[in-house]
Design a protein around this ligand. Structure first.
Ligand code: PIT
Length: 324
């Protein structure tokens, strides 16, 4: 069969995922009724997030398949939060970042019409017993997350809620991904502190727990946690309860002692060690991460390809907390 350029034998597939089937758009929330323009499939739920469900939908005029995220927002204050999300997405034109197509505002909610991606959450791949995840797959996933983060950070945007649930696979057969959920994202303001609801503490950076300044490298901590989870199926800081988890994070208490890491390359471990650091200014940035040998050394990638180093555990001890 025909091979894509960049996907040579034993080489790393570095081709970007398919772009959205529309040009980047500057969106504002329209007061029109969405059902005059789109047919939303209320039966088909693509995923749930903190603020509502995502459904498959079709634009009537073009036949384009899209995704509609319904966000409950009654008060003016709640609506402003969603409009911030729209503003952030207006700045982000990149194949690894889900694209916004339109937005509709009504009395009780704002509906975001988004690029459709049908491969499910990366989280489900981590825990899927039937899917053999290799270290080289993790390289391919993490590279793309870094590419997306590099673009966001270049545009001065912080994501601040990176976790495997917010990484979508383009399809079940390729390792292409797109980052979603910009509900907590914001333009970087030096000295800004962040108050977030402690829904899933496993992914929080120490500076977020401490209510200290957040920065680009706050996202890089999350990247370290995701990398650790992809390679092992384990959660680096998970304790017996939320309190213990938070303590583990603040004490930066984590290790590679689990048997899941026996075959993991030294480069992969070094990559994680340079991200899971309490002092955020010592962590690698997105561009630096892309230059790290684990993501850039083709000889290493060839070795991983021939050795077929598996990410050993298929089961994650990070059970997602059901979100309201
Ligand atoms: C899809 C498929 C899917 C989920 C989404 C899109 C969600 C996207 C999304 C959610 C957000 C946001 C931006 C994008 O701010 O399963 O095509 O909360």
């Amino acid at each position: 069969t025909h091979k894509e350029p960049g996907a040579g034998v034993g080489g790393l597939d570095t081709t970007p995922p398919p772009a959205a089937p529309f040009n980047h758009r500057i969106v504002s929330a329209k007061p029109n009724q969405i059902r005059n323009f789109y047919t939303i499939n209320w039966q088909e739920v693509l995923g749930g997030g903190r603020f509502g469900q995502v459904h498959k939908c079709v634009e009537n005029s073009s036949g384009l398949t899209l995704a509609a995220k319904v966000i409950k927002a009654r008060s003016q204050k709640e609506k402003e939060v969603v409009k911030n999300e729209i503003q952030v997405m207006n700045n982000l034109d990149h194949a690894n970042l889900i694209q916004l197509y339109a937005a509709y505002e009504s009395r009780n909610d704002i509906i975001l019409v988004l690029e459709y991606v049908g491969g499910g959450e990366l989280f489900d791949r981590i825990i899927d017993e039937n899917y053999t995840l290799m270290e080289l797959d993790a390289v391919v996933f993490i590279r793309q997350i870094c590419d997306g983060l590099q673009h966001m950070h270049k545009m001065s945007v912080l994501h601040l809620d990176l976790k495997p649930e917010n990484i979508l696979c383009v399809s079940r057969v390729t390792n292409k991904i797109k980052i979603i959920d910009f509900g907590l994202a914001r333009i970087y303001k030096p000295r800004e502190k962040l108050r977030v609801n402690f829904g899933t503490p496993e992914f929080l950076a120490p500076e977020v727990i401490n209510y200290d300044f957040v920065s680009f490298n706050t996202d890089m901590w999350s990247l370290g946690v995701i990398t650790y989870m992809l390679l092992s199926g384990l959660c680096p800081f998970l304790g017996d309860d939320d309190n213990q988890t938070l303590n583990n994070i603040l004490a930066c208490q984590w290790n590679f002692e689990e048997q899941e890491f026996v075959d993991t390359s030294e480069e992969a471990k070094d990559f994680i060690r340079r991200l899971l650091i309490v002092n955020k200014s010592w962590r690698m940035g997105a561009s630096e991460s892309l230059r790290h040998p684990w993501l850039s050394d083709s000889a290493l990638h060839h070795r991983l390809y021939t050795k077929k180093t598996m990410c050993r555990s298929r089961r994650s001890s990070c059970v997602p907390t059901t979100e309201s």
